[in-house]
Design a protein around this ligand. Sequence first.
Ligand code: 1HE
Length: 279
Amino acid sequence: MRTPTTDAGSTPSLPAALPATLAALDLLRIDALGAVLHVRLARPAKRNAINDALVAQLRVAFSSLPESARAVVLSGEGDHFCAGLDLSELSERTVAEGIAHSRSWHAAFEQIQFGRVPVVAVLHGAVVGGGLELASACHVRVAEPSAYYGLPEGQRGLFVGGGGSARIPRLIGVARMADMMLTGRIYDAHEGQAIGLSQYVVEAGSGIARAMQLAARIAANAPLSNFAVMHALPRIAEMGQSEGLFAESLMAAIASGDDAAKIRMRDFLEGKAGKVTKA
Ligand code: 1HE
């Protein structure tokens, strides 16, 4: 995919030096662009298939985000977002190793979903198997028209192991996921948006630019609001109504009590902040 030529909204997009931990990750290409960190899967020759090393690098990257990062854009180099599990490593594993392997994916993707900052994924080409599991750990998904979604695990004699059975039904429902796994059904980009796999479909070649714009907007939010959306919202959605309403009140009071919220509300009342208008 092309690097975007458009500026990322209000965020300065000059590349900054990366911490050595991130610069050393050879299966990821990472750029710090102001408050947005762009992380690319960088195994295009293998269609960004996820091997043990790439899982480990994703875990390191998302648990070592620089302080300056307030949102992340995740994309894949080459013609596909991600071909899922690297099948060349699979046959060597015992059952016990298979469990440990799946848990290593869980640990890495947990850092994405419940990490420090929201993650916007850019989806194009194959978003299949573990690639869809990776995408579903992100908070916002922007698809280009070339994107297509599949769960070929059923045809490969496998089951999802990267958190897919916990995350994907929460996006599209158990019945659709079961259909994808049992029959090999593929959804294209527009169908994927219609059922909830992505929130956006954008023009070919514009996925990264759009994701950078969205990430810049996210990065400009008060950090506690972003924290609440990432950490409180999905948990409250799993609670019973009474517990959820109680937790919501606490989170709302914590967020609105923060100076960042007070400044924003005062700015609006003084006519210094934007109105909510139609796009
Ligand atoms: C791979 C992989 C892979 C490509 N593991 N090496 N995932 C799948 O079942 C998807 C398998 N891959 C494909 O269906 C196709 O490769 C694609 C549709 C993604 C891309 O097709 P294409 O024509 O662009 O590329 P290609 O020629 O098939 O592959 C290029 C190279 O990437 C080739 O290696 P080469 O050394 O011969 O050049 C392929 O072998 C290699 N490659 N995909 C290993 N997945 C935590 S559990 C998750 C369980 C799953 O994810 S199951 C789903 C696995």
